[in-house]
Design a protein around this ligand. Structure first.
Ligand SMILES: *Cc1c(COP(=O)(O)O)cnc(C)c1O
Length: 420
């Protein structure tokens, strides 16, 4: 079946009373009815709900459906994109290990993976995801994960996914791709040989800025990489916290199973059932929204590129973009999602544009149906000294847009007036 159909139906057949909308199981726990059923569920002899921190029927439909839409084997939902990244990485790396992290990733991922994880004894080494020429030389015996974004936020650059996956596979290291901006509608990293995909469901998946959530999806056949791999003893040796269970002996997708049974069980960043229900609603319309986000963003980018007061426009969908060829070849219809950035003369002109637009809201979020404008130099990158900003690709006059679903002509006229 095609992605659009899976996003609307997969994992739910109107069973029970025939409710068209997926039922919301707003509950903490479940009646096992008998002591034997309870014991069997805990012993994994029988699969079924135990406690909402571990699993919930509404969340399970979200997990089953996103796994199908991303063309993966299984998924785990979490309370935020940040917790999805954290669990995906610490499912692989422990104290004394290292991880390889792309230079161009979301600010929250950078601080989590390079600063906070350092306090847990996991160190990060940075690599260039555009070309990945430096990646292989960074891998050693203690390297447990390679983390990057397919379409990066806020740099709007495209990673060489195929090359990163090939290097990761050659060395038996698990690759993790954050696919939040590209979305599973436009691009599926797992079909390019990537092992694990993570999402912030808070962006395009919810689509209307309704809730915070995260998703982890593993590829079909990832077990073969984990089983008997000396890098990953946690999947191959008895887990003392689970009465000596050896994950490798079980007939399930092991990456998400261990993240659920060990990490979510103990650290608890599970989604609220209501938020899972909201993400299911979002997923059902994601495909039509991504078409509109992408076509609107291209029209806005082309307008900005032709404007005399705009020095530069970064949008992978533009013919002038260094990433245009990759997007045309690998992304659905050559669509490049809704994120773009452009540069005006200086700090003051950028602030003027932000204040003068009427339709764009000044918000530090992306993926909302409503258009958003941000000035990184005075907000997300405020702590960075001006001299260092240029190096990170964030100039004083850089403006980021998350182009929404409004009429493109209205957005263009709003920007035209603001630019003066
Ligand atoms: C927002 C975002 C995150 C973090 O997700 P939250 O749901 O806000 O925790 C991670 N990666 C990318 C690319 C993002 O845009």
């Amino acid at each position: 079946m095609h992605t659009d159909t899976l996003a609307l139906h997969y994992g739910y057949n109107q069973e029970g009373v025939g409710s068209m909308s997926v039922p919301l199981y707003q509950t903490t726990a479940y009646d096992f009815k008998t002591a034997e059923t309870a014991a069997n569920r805990f012993a994994l002899k029988e699969l079924g709900p135990i406690y909402t921190r571990l699993n919930n029927p509404t969340t399970e439909i979200l997990e089953t459906r996103i796994a199908a839409v991303e063309k993966g084997a299984a998924a785990l939902a979490t309370s935020s994109g940040q917790s999805a990244i954290f669990y995906a990485v610490v499912n692989l790396a422990e104290v004394g290990d290292n991880i390889l992290v792309a230079k161009k990733v979301y600010g929250g991922a950078t601080t989590l993976l390079t600063h906070t994880l350092k306090k847990f004894g996991i160190t990060a080494k940075l690599f260039d995801s555009d070309h990945a020429d430096d990646l292989e030389a960074l891998i050693d015996d203690k390297t447990k994960a390679i983390f990057f974004e397919s379409l990066s936020n806020p740099h709007v650059s495209i990673a060489d996914v195929q090359k990163i996956a090939t290097i990761a596979n050659k060395h038996g290291v698990v690759s993790i791709c954050d696919n939040t901006v590209a979305t599973p509608i436009l691009f599926n990293p797992l079909t390019k040989g990537v092992d694990v995909v993570v999402h912030s469901a808070s962006k395009y998946i919810t689509g209307q800025g309704l809730a915070i959530g995260g998703l982890i999806i593993e590829r079909n056949g990832l077990n073969d990489k984990l089983i008997a791999n000396v890098r990953y003893p946690q999947f191959n040796e008895p887990d003392e916290s689970y009465h000596g269970l050896v994950y490798a002996d079980l007939p399930f997708p092991l990456f998400t199973l261990r993240a659920r049974l060990s990490l979510i069980r103990d650290m608890g960043a599970c989604p609220a059932p209501f938020n899972s229900w909201l993400f299911i609603q979002g997923l059902e319309t994601l495909s039509v929204r991504m078409d509109r986000h992408s076509t609107n963003a291209l029209k806005v980018a082309e307008f900005l590129e032709s404007h005399p007061k705009v020095k530069k426009v970064n949008y992978p969908g533009l013919k002038s973009s260094p990433y245009h060829k990759q997007v045309s070849e690998d992304f659905k219809n050559g669509y490049a999602s809704g994120l773009l950035s452009f540069e005006v003369e200086d700090f003051e002109s950028a602030k003027h544009v932000l204040n003068a637009t009427k339709i764009f809201s000044v918000v530090v979020n992306i993926g909302d149906s409503k258009s958003i404008i941000t000035h990184p130099a005075s907000t997300t990158h405020m702590q960075v000294p001006h001299a260092d900003l240029e190096k990170s690709g964030v100039t004083l006059g850089l403006i980021r847009l998350s182009v929404g679903l409004e009429d493109a002509q209205d957005l263009i006229e709003d920007l035209a007036k603001a630019l003066g």
